[in-house]
Write a protein that binds this ligand. Structure first.
Ligand code: C2E
Ligand code: MG
Ligand code: MG
Ligand code: MG
Length: 283
């Protein structure tokens, strides 16, 4: 009996592995179709200025409206897009969407910025076609300062001359740079200056337990202080409660993003927030 059970388990195991492979192939196929059929949507999450409580920028975040599986979040398909090289086409599309939204928002707030997440893979294998990006900006009559690109600490681990050149080309044109998920990885602090980083985004893992963790309070405050000394502005991510908002404001943090303010919303809804001159209460 034991032997037949083992046999079944083995059979079951290979079958589920096979299913995973097939599932992955379907997803890759679906991703190609999604790009062709415009199944992606860019949503925008407000970032508020902690001096005024007003919205001053947005982060562009991608959603996939799968015809069968419904809304799929980036964690479930960005890695697949990276593995298959689709991330380049996909990244160009998100960039254009972000730029379009920035142009719209600048009608309400002249110096409005939209930030775009850039995968490390986009910088490798041929790299980013910055000419295409600059052409997009030009066609929208949008200055490069309207865009902030968000890179992660993971990129710094394997940064080479080619990546540094691409980043500095964007930087020199006026595009600003934010270091996302700050503090979670290998914060190669030397790069904060070398790449002329404009913003660090303190990761939500530090913000989450601010009300109960003395250690996280110390870390948030220290990260903010260090960034400011280097003339880098600080955005706190994952602000979910009023207590967290007050606390990061007391640390002299510059900007806040999180569900307490608003989750990501569609482009039109985002414009409505700007039209209403939405402000978060700070006291
Ligand atoms: P991220 O860049 O750190 O984006 C912040 C994530 O936190 C978003 O998840 C956002 O919806 C979520 N978030 C915002 N406020 C709160 C909050 O108060 N509490 C909590 N728990 N979460 C909050 P999302 O949209 O699922 O994106 C996850 C990650 O996927 C992003 O992390 C980013 O690394 C990646 N990503 C998203 N869009 C793109 C894209 O267009 N291109 C690339 N390459 N990556 C993307
Ligand atoms: Mg981000
Ligand atoms: Mg982040
Ligand atoms: Mg700077």
């Amino acid at each position: 009996a034991a032997k037949s059970l083992g046999g079944n388990q083995y059979h079951y195991f290979t079958q589920s592995m096979q299913e995973a492979v097939i599932q992955r192939m379907h997803m890759i196929n679906d991703l190609h179709v999604a790009l062709e059929n415009n199944q992606f949507e860019t949503v925008f999450q407000p970032i508020v200025d902690l001096k005024t409580g007003g919205i001053c920028r947005a982060e562009a975040l991608i959603r996939w409206h799968h015809p069968v599986r419904g809304v799929i979040n980036p964690a479930a398909f960005v890695p697949l897009a990276e593995d298959t090289g689709l991330i380049q086409a996909f990244g160009d599309w998100v960039f254009l969407e972000a730029a379009r939204q920035a142009a719209k928002c600048r009608r309400y707030i002249p110096d409005f910025q939209v930030s775009v997440n850039i995968s490390p893979v986009q910088f490798r294998k041929g790299g980013i076609d910055t000419d295409v990006w600059f052409a997009h900006l030009k066609s929208l009559d949008l200055p490069p300062e309207a865009i902030v690109i968000e890179i992660t600490e993971g990129l710094l681990l394997e940064i080479d001359e080619s990546i540094t050149d691409q980043l500095l080309a964007l930087r020199d044109a006026g595009v600003e740079v934010a270091l996302d998920d700050f503090g979670t990885g290998y914060s190669l602090l030397a790069y904060l200056k070398k790449l002329d980083i404009d913003y660090v985004k303190i990761d939500q893992m530090f913000v989450k337990n601010l009300s109960v963790s003395e250690e996280d309070r110390i870390l948030c405050e220290a990260m903010t202080l260090m960034a400011h000394k280097l003339d880098i502005a600080v955005i706190a991510e994952g602000v979910e409660t009023q207590a967290q908002l007050k606390m990061i404001a007391s640390f002299d943090c510059d900007y806040a993003q999180g569900y307490y303010i608003s989750g990501p919303v569609g482009g039109a809804e985002f414009e409505e927030l700007l039209g209403e001159k939405y402000k978060i209460g700070l006291s």
